[in-house]
Write a new protein. Structure first.
Length: 308
C-alpha cells in the first residue's frame, strides 16, 4: 500500500502520511501535501460495508443536501474519474480536506445543534439513503448474537428486558434519515462545525442520534445538548418522536454494551482493535452508565418536555 500513489489518484502530491488510530472500522491517514495542506485519506472496511458504492452514493447525496447550509458542513470529498472514491489494491478509498478543530463556549449546545441541523437538512429533500449495514441498530438481533456467544449467566438481565421495552415503545414511532453514529467525536468544532463519519447515515429513529449524543457527553451537559438539538431541528420532530427521545439514550447505551460484551466471547469480533479484556471493561462501564440513565428517567423527561 503506497499512500503517495493513492493520494495522487485524487490529485494530491503527498509529502507525508500519519496513520490515525482513532476509530474502530476504517483505516485512516492524515496526509500532508507538498504545499502544506492536510487531508484525510481513508479506506472503507469491506468486511463491515459490503457495498462501498452504496456508502459513497449516500455520502454524495448528503453532501449535496448540505451544500448551501451555512451553520454546519460535511466533508467535501475529492474526485477521481468523476467519482468521490477510487479503487486501489482491492480497497475503496476516499479523500477530503482535513477540518481543523477549534473552540467554542458551549460545546454541548454546539454538538446538539450541529446534529439537529444535519438531521433537518437530510430530511428536507427526498434523499434515498441505502441501508449499508444489515441489521444496524437492530437491538434484538444484537441480543440474539450475544445469547449465542456468551454463557447465559454472564448476560445482565437488564439487557434482554430492555429489548422488549424498546420494541413496545418504538412500535409506532416514525423513521427518518439519521446520522446513525452521532457521538460527540463525530463533530469537528469550527465555524461552521463539520459533521463527519457519514458512513452509517440511513433510515432510522431520531431518538438514536439523540441517544448517541447523550451517552457520549458529560451527563451534566444534557440540558444544553438537548436545547441545541431542538434548535437545530427547528420543530421538525413529531410529538411521538419527541416522546421517544429518552428511550433512544437507553437503546444506544444498552446496544453498545451488548456489542462489546458479545466481543468478549464471539469468534468473529466487530471491535477487532480491542482485546477481549478491553471489551469486557468497556461493557462493564456501559452497564454502569445504562443503570444510571435508567434512574434518570424523570430528569430526562423534564428536560425534553421543557425544551421541545
Amino acid at each position: 500500500m503506497d499512500i503517495h500513489d493513492i493520494s495522487a489518484l485524487f490529485g494530491i502530491s503527498a509529502k507525508e502520511a500519519v496513520r490515525l488510530e482513532k476509530g474502530h472500522i476504517n483505516h485512516t491517514f492524515l496526509v500532508t501535501s507538498q504545499t502544506g495542506e492536510r487531508y484525510v485519506l481513508q479506506s472503507l472496511n469491506c468486511e463491515v460495508f459490503h457495498s462501498p458504492e452504496a456508502v459513497m452514493l449516500n455520502t454524495s447525496q448528503i453532501e449535496s443536501a448540505l451544500a448551501d447550509e451555512k451553520s454546519v458542513s460535511v466533508p467535501c470529498f475529492l474526485r477521481h474519474d468523476g467519482k468521490n472514491c477510487a479503487e486501489w489494491g482491492g480497497n475503496t478509498w476516499r479523500m477530503y480536506p482535513y477540518a481543523e478543530s477549534g473552540k467554542c463556549e458551549d460545546i454541548s449546545y454546539t454538538i446538539g445543534f450541529s446534529y439537529g441541523r444535519f438531521m433537518r437538512r437530510i430530511n428536507a429533500v427526498p434523499l434515498k439513503l441505502s441501508p449499508v449495514i444489515e441489521d444496524f441498530h437492530n437491538y434484538s438481533v444484537y441480543v440474539e448474537k450475544l445469547k449465542a456467544a456468551a454463557p447465559s449467566d454472564n448476560i445482565p438481565e437488564e439487557l434482554e428486558k430492555l429489548g422488549h421495552e424498546l420494541a413496545e415503545i418504538f412500535a409506532d414511532v416514525p423513521k427518518r434519515n439519521i446520522h446513525g453514529d452521532a457521538k460527540a467525536d463525530n463533530i469537528i468544532i469550527g465555524k461552521p462545525c463539520t459533521v463527519i463519519d457519514l458512513d452509517t447515515a440511513m433510515h432510522g429513529y431520531a431518538a438514536l442520534d439523540y441517544g448517541d449524543m447523550v451517552r457520549s457527553v458529560d451527563t451534566g451537559d444534557t440540558e444544553a445538548l438537548t436545547k441545541g438539538f431542538a434548535d437545530g431541528l427547528d420543530g421538525m420532530l413529531t410529538d411521538r418522536e419527541v416522546q421517544s427521545l429518552y428511550y433512544g439514550v437507553l437503546w444506544c447505551t444498552g446496544e453498545l454494551a451488548v456489542r462489546y460484551l458479545t466481543d468478549v466471547y464471539a469468534e468473529k469480533r466487530y471491535f477487532s482493535g480491542k482485546s477481549r479484556e478491553q471489551c469486557r471493561g468497556r461493557a462493564e462501564s456501559l452497564m454502569i452508565q445504562l443503570r444510571d440513565f435508567m434512574g434518570m428517567k424523570s430528569d430526562f423527561e423534564t428536560i425534553i418536555k421543557n425544551t421541545f
